[in-house]
Structures are given as C-alpha cells and as structure tokens.
Design a protein around this ligand. Structure first.
Ligand SMILES: *[C@@H]1O[C@H](CO)[C@@H](O)[C@H](O)[C@H]1NC(C)=O
Ligand SMILES: *[C@@H]1O[C@H](CO)[C@@H](O)[C@H](O)[C@H]1NC(C)=O
Length: 218
C-alpha cells in the first residue's frame, strides 16, 4: 500500500471518529421522516410514514405544568419523537419539568443527549458529576440556563418555597433516561442483593429496604 493511501485511510478513519463525537443522532438523508410509531419494522430510529401533516410536527403538551403530587415531587413531561412523530431523524427534542417545593428530579443520565435547561419559574439547585467524580453544581433562577453534558449523571432539586419549572432541550430525538436508583434497585429481574451489598458496603436488610421503596405501588 502506498504511503498516500495509508494517510487517506487514517484521515477517513479520523473523520468518522470525530463525526461520532460532534453529533449525537445521525445526520438526515431526506427533508423529513415522520415516525410510524406503529410499524413493527425495527431500524435505528423509526420507519417513515407516507401520509403526513403539520400535526405530526406539533405538540401542546408543555403548555401546562405537570402534576407534582408524587414521591419525588417532580414530573418530567417529554416532547420527544414519541410525542412528536415528526422529530424522527431530526436530532432534537424537548421536555418540561415541574417541581413542587422540595421536589427532586433524582440523579439520572441521558445516554444519547446533552441537555440544556431554561428556568421558566422558581429556583433550582442543579448539578452534574464527571467521570472523574467531580461535581459541578449551581443555583439557577428564572430566565437562567444550565447544561448537563451527554451521558453524565445529573439532578435538579427545588430547595425553594415556591414551585419551579424548566424547559429542557436535547440534541437527540429520544435522549433516553436512566435513573441511577431505579436502575440498581428496581430493575426487572432485580439485581442480585450480593451485587448491591458489596457495591454499597452495607447489609442485605438495608438493600431490601431500599428495594421495597421502589417496588411498584398498588
Ligand atoms: C391521510 O391522513 C388524513 C388524516 O390525517 C386522512 O384524512 C386521509 O384520508 C389520509 N390519506 C390517505 C391517502 O391515507
Ligand atoms: C394528583 O392529583 C390529581 C388531581 O389533582 C389526582 O387526580 C391524582 O390522583 C393525584 N395523584 C396522586 C399520586 O396522589
């Protein structure tokens, strides 16, 4: 192989490698590809449906606050490809999160997206933790913005006395959410107790107690 060819191949490999860093979702190959959420065909994303309209790009679900009378005192209302079929292949989505006073959006990650939040109302203490276990945290108020880098564990808590709300933007049509506590203590089937007792260096009783808190309530 000539040295030039070798250089070209290295260059191409680097370009592909870099591209995988600069974009979360892959690039589009056509103007639109409105998701056919009912199609059984499995592809990376969703297959496109033929008969589309403006409503496929519309969603009114973030206009009103979500109910916060739950265990965590917070509700995430998603506006992803699952609510807006037209987002399929477009690489963006949004959400609204409402927090009662004391409410928390517990530590979680979005494996496929960076998140940027804009505070609509109230005040929140927010933070993310890097892979080197460094915490970056801040108090953010109405009109302010904070960013949670893709894949890193992050949280928001309303330590104020009034409700709070944010609008979140994501660079993925379906960012995915993995809550740390739910993943470890409420998976199906459950993670073996011995994994958790050794990980957290506590007894089976404590592990069972935490697991019971996450058991589906009837
Ligand atoms: C396309 O969808 C609209 C409603 O969204 C429906 O009225 C119309 O009959 C559909 N056309 C075809 C060819 O399926
Ligand atoms: C939350 O409040 C709504 C209406 O205000 C009610 O319908 C719902 O059952 C409540 N949920 C819980 C978990 O208390």
């Amino acid at each position: 192989m000539a040295t030039n060819d070798f250089g070209l191949i290295i260059g191409m490999m680097m370009a592909i490698f870099m591209a995988s860093f600069v974009s979360a979702d892959p690039d589009l190959l056509q103007d639109v590809c409105v998701a056919d959420l009912t199609s059984g065909v499995k592809v990376n994303g969703f297959t496109c449906k033929a008969n589309i309209s403006a409503d496929d790009f519309f969603f009114a679900g973030l206009a009103k606050p979500g109910l916060t009378n739950n265990t965590f005192g917070a509700t995430v209302t998603a506006a992803s490809v699952q609510q807006i079929a037209g987002l399929n292949t477009l690489g963006v989505s949004m959400a609204r999160i409402d927090y009662a006073p004391g409410g928390i959006n517990p530590p979680h990650t979005h494996p496929r997206a960076t998140e940027i939040v804009f505070v609509l109302e109230g005040e929140l203490d927010v933070g993310f933790i890097t892979t080197e276990n460094k915490l970056f945290s801040k108090t953010i108020k109405k009109g302010e913005i904070f960013t949670f880098p893709r894949g890193l564990i992050h949280f928001q808590i309303n330590n104020g006395k009034v409700p709070a709300a944010v609008i979140a933007g994501f660079n993925s049509q379906l960012p995915g959410t993995q809550r740390v506590a739910n993943a470890l203590f409420a998976s199906s089937p459950t993670v073996e107790d011995v994994v958790l007792t050794k990980t957290f260096q506590i007894g089976t009783k404590e592990i069972e107690k935490i697991k019971s808190k996450f058991a589906p309530k009837k």
